[in-house]
Unconditional design. Structure first.
Length: 472
C-alpha cells in the first residue's frame, strides 16, 4: 500500500473516529438496555409486592422501547450531522474529482460505504462493551444487595436487534448527511468553496412548510398520547412517535430558525467588533450554525426530558400512593432502583450527544482556517480571533439551552403523563416539574463543554501564520 493511501486512510479514520464512537455508544446502550430490562423484569417478578403488578410488567418493556428509540434516534441525528460537517470540509476535494470526471452519485456512494463501515465497526465494539458492562453492573448490584441473587439471563438472541439497527441507521445517516455531495459542482475546485448563504441554506418555502408541519404534527401526536394515557398507558407509544416527529421538525427548520435566534442573542454581547462579527457569522453561515447548534440542542433537550419525566413519574406515583396506599405499599424500593438504573442508561444518550457536539464544533473550527487567516491578515490578533469564537460559542450555548429547556420540559411532561396518567389513584393532569438545579447545571455544563470543544481547535487554527492559513 502506498504512503498516500496510508495517509488517506489515517485521515479518514481521524474524521470518522467520533462517528465510530457514537455508533459504539448507541449499540452498547441498546444491548445494555435490553439486558438491564431483562434483569429488572426477573427481579420484579420475584418480588412479593411488584411481581403481581400487571402495570409494572407492562411499563418495563415500554420503557425499553422508549429508551432504545431515543438512543438510536440521537445516534442517527448526530451521525448525519457529523457526516454533513465532514462533507463540508471535503467540498473542494470532491469538486476536484468532479472536475476530473467523477460524478456526484459515485462520490455519494463512496461516502455511504464509509458510513456502512463505521456502523459495522462501531456496532460490534458497542455490543461487546454493552454485554460486559451489563454483566458487571448486575454483579455489582447483587453484591451490594440492590438486586436479589437470581439466575439472570444476560446473553439473549434479542441483543442482536440493537446491533443490527445501529448498523442500518448509521448507514442511513451517512446517506442523509452526504446529500450535500449532489450539490458540489466541478467549478468549485477552481475557487474557494464556502457554505451556502442564508436563503440557499433555508431551502425555500417548501422546507419551511415541511418543518412546521412536522413540528405541529408531532405536537398533536404528543397531545393525543397524553389524552390516551389518561386511560391507557399505551398512550406513551403515541407520544413517543410525536416527540420524534416534533423534534425532527426542529432539526429540519434549524437552518432558518437558529441563525435568527443566535443573531438576537448575539446583540446581548455588546457592539464591539469581535461581538458584532460573531453575531454576523451566525446569519452568514446558517448551515454551519445549525450543525453546531443541533448537537448541543439534542443534549440539553434529552437531559431535560428525562429529568422532567422522572420528576413527573415520582410526583404521580406519590399522589397515587396517598390516594390508594394499599395498592402501592412497598413499591418505593423498586421504584428507586428502576429510576437509578435508567438514569445511568440515559447517561449514554447524553454522552452520545456530547461526542457529536465536540466533533462538530472541532471540525467546524478547523475547517475555518482560511477565514481565520483572513481575519489575521486584516489585523485581528490571535486573542481577538479566539474571543470571536468564544462569543459565537456563548451565543450557541444560550440559544440551545433556552430552546432545549423549553422543548425538554414539554416532551418530559408529555411522556410522564402519557405513561402514568391513567394508573390507579392517579391525580390526572399534573403541572410539569422543572427543578431549578437542572437549569443551572445544564447551562453550566453546556457552556463548559462548548468552550472546551471550540477553544482547543481554535488554538490550533490561530497558531498558523496568516499567509499559511490563507493557503490552506
Amino acid at each position: 500500500m502506498s504512503a498516500g493511501a496510508v495517509t488517506g486512510m489515517r485521515a479518514a479514520l481521524g474524521e470518522h473516529a467520533p462517528s465510530i464512537l457514537v455508533a459504539a455508544l448507541s449499540s452498547a446502550f441498546g444491548v445494555s438496555l435490553l439486558s438491564t430490562v431483562g434483569v429488572l423484569t426477573t427481579a420484579i417478578r420475584a418480588d412479593d409486592v411488584t411481581g403481581a403488578s400487571a402495570t409494572v410488567a407492562f411499563i418495563l418493556p415500554i420503557a425499553a422501547v422508549i429508551f432504545l428509540t431515543i438512543a438510536v434516534y440521537v445516534g442517527a441525528v448526530v451521525t448525519a450531522n457529523s457526516f454533513s460537517t465532514i462533507i463540508a470540509g471535503r467540498t473542494r476535494a470532491i469538486a476536484l474529482r468532479r472536475l476530473l470526471g467523477s460524478d456526484a452519485r459515485t462520490e455519494r456512494r463512496a461516502v455511504t460505504r464509509e458510513g456502512l463501515l463505521v456502523g459495522v465497526a462501531g456496532s460490534l465494539l458497542g455490543a461487546l462493551g454493552g454485554t460486559v458492562l451489563t454483566t458487571l453492573l448486575a454483579a455489582t448490584c447483587v453484591t451490594l444487595g440492590i438486586l436479589p441473587d437470581l439466575p439472570y439471563a444476560l446473553a439473549e438472541p434479542v441483543l442482536l436487534v440493537p446491533t443490527v439497527v445501529v448498523v442500518l441507521t448509521t448507514w442511513l445517516a451517512s446517506w442523509i448527511g452526504s446529500r450535500r455531495v449532489l450539490a458540489v459542482t466541478p467549478m468549485q475546485a477552481l475557487g474557494a468553496s464556502g457554505e451556502a448563504n442564508q436563503e440557499e441554506a433555508a431551502g425555500g418555502l417548501a422546507r419551511s412548510v415541511a418543518a412546521l408541519a412536522l413540528f405541529l404534527g408531532g405536537d398533536a401526536l404528543l397531545a393525543a398520547g397524553v389524552f390516551i394515557g389518561l386511560s391507557d398507558p399505551q398512550g406513551v407509544l403515541v407520544a413517543l412517535v410525536g416527540g420524534v416527529v416534533s423534534f425532527l421538525g426542529v432539526i429540519v427548520g434549524a437552518n432558518r430558525v437558529m441563525p435568527v435566534i443566535l443573531n438576537l442573542v448575539g446583540r446581548l454581547f455588546g457592539r464591539g467588533p469581535t461581538a458584532r462579527l460573531a453575531a454576523a457569522n451566525a446569519v452568514r453561515h446558517p448551515e454551519r450554525t445549525a450543525r453546531s447548534t443541533v448537537g448541543l440542542l439534542i443534549g440539553v433537550t434529552l437531559i431535560t426530558t428525562f429529568v422532567v419525566a422522572t420528576a413527573g413519574f415520582q410526583q404521580m406515583i406519590r399522589a397515587a400512593q396517598a390516594a390508594e396506599p394499599e395498592v402501592y405499599a412497598g413499591v418505593d424500593r423498586m421504584l428507586t432502583t428502576t429510576v437509578a438504573v435508567f438514569s445511568v442508561l440515559m447517561g449514554y444518550s447524553a454522552l452520545i450527544a456530547a461526542v457529536g457536539l465536540v466533533n462538530t464544533l472541532s471540525l467546524s473550527v478547523l475547517q475555518r482556517i482560511r477565514e481565520l487567516g483572513l481575519l489575521r491578515a486584516l489585523g485581528f490578533t490571535r486573542g481577538q480571533v479566539r474571543g470571536m469564537i468564544v462569543a459565537e460559542s456563548a451565543q450557541l450555548t444560550v440559544s440551545a439551552v433556552v430552546l432545549g429547556l423549553a422543548l425538554g420540559t414539554f416532551y418530559g411532561w408529555a411522556g410522564a403523563q402519557s405513561l402514568l396518567g391513567g394508573i390507579a389513584g392517579s391525580p390526572g393532569l399534573v403541572v410539569p416539574t422543572v427543578p431549578l438545579a437542572l437549569c443551572v447545571a445544564v447551562a453550566v455544563a453546556a457552556a463548559l463543554l462548548t468552550l472546551v470543544a471550540s477553544l482547543a481547535p481554535a488554538r490550533r487554527a490561530t497558531r498558523a501564520t496568516p499567509v499559511g492559513a490563507l493557503s490552506a
